[in-house]
Design a protein. Structure first.
Length: 301
């Protein structure tokens, strides 16, 4: 059995910057230089926040290559994948075999709504298609299908299925999984607004789009809990709790991109259709919060 590290801590599903319809490499490099200096445990590339479904294979390969160049091995890079055809996803794993990746985040198959046995066989087949570790991604409100805890515990027995990004939107299901999962199967919440709650219930960390902003403050919540300082963690979370609500007030990643653009970390808030820019009203709210909090970070020259 190959030793697979258990993902823990604060992970960032990195946005993909665009300008004039193409990948904006200058902004991408600026982002990566910034975030490699933040208290992050890993980056997820080309996932939902990274508009992965709008990227072609050449763009995805370039995204990974640039990220590897800029991080220099200092942060593990995982690739987000999604699809409803097991064979096509297995082929995507094969095509990316030579890329400088540490693992994959793979969402449950969307639209077809397979049964639990189909979901089990789907992920088992994908695990057999790569020697790399895989994080499962359960997000029924996007895919139309829920990975039950029974199925997740079966999948957890497969060595390179190392954990879960949990967006099941069912507090009881999340809590029961945290109670019953094996110690080497990581649960990282993908619900930004529930980061503190998930950590207090035993989650190993989070994959948080909101951590593009106030990255150190998000990391400090977990650090305080690990140090046994629950009152300090709660105080830090109370100062952060409104931020995820604001950054998810309209479809993600538009609000995050607007914030990063106004903070000069990227040169354009551009998205690819069918996603569109934030409304004028939300833009005003974001501007007020940016002014109140100060820029997301000083930008390297």
């Amino acid at each position: 059995m190959l030793p697979y590290p258990t993902p823990r801590g604060l992970w960032l599903p990195l946005i993909t910057p665009f300008r004039d319809g193409v990948l904006d490499e200058a902004s991408l490099r600026r982002l990566l230089r910034h975030y490699r200096g933040q208290p992050l445990d890993g980056l997820i590339l080309a996932a939902t926040t990274g508009e992965g479904l709008s990227l072609d294979e050449a763009e995805t390969a370039r995204l990974v290559a640039v990220a590897a160049e800029e991080t220099g091995g200092g942060l593990p890079l995982w690739l987000g994948l999604s699809g409803a055809d097991t064979r096509k996803l297995a082929a995507a794993l094969a095509r990316s075999d030579g890329w400088p990746l540490a693992g994959y985040l793979i969402a449950a198959p969307y639209y077809l709504r397979p049964g639990q046995e189909g979901l089990y066989r789907h992920f088992r087949a994908l695990a057999e298609s790569t020697p790399r570790p895989i994080l499962l991604y359960n997000i029924p409100y996007r895919t139309g299908v829920n990975l039950t805890n029974e199925t997740l515990l079966r999948l957890a027995e497969i060595p390179n299925l190392v954990g879960l990004k949990d967006c099941c939107a069912d507090a009881a299901q999340s809590f029961d999984l945290l109670r019953s999962k094996p110690a080497d199967f990581a649960v990282l919440t993908g619900e930004d607004a529930l980061f503190y709650t998930a950590l207090t219930q035993g989650a190993e960390g989070g994959i948080l789009a909101s951590a593009h902003v106030e990255t150190r403050a998000f990391a400090a919540v977990r650090d305080s809990l690990l140090a046994g300082d629950q009152p300090g963690a709660l105080a830090r979370w109370r100062a952060l709790a409104d931020l995820p609500r604001l950054l998810f007030a309209e479809p993600s990643p538009a609000p995050v991109k607007h914030w990063l653009w106004r903070s000069r970390l990227i040169d354009s808030p551009e998205l690819r259709l069918p996603l569109t820019a934030v409304s004028a009203g939300l833009a005003q709210r974001l501007e007020r919060e940016i002014e109140r909090r100060g820029p997301a970070a000083a930008v390297e020259a």
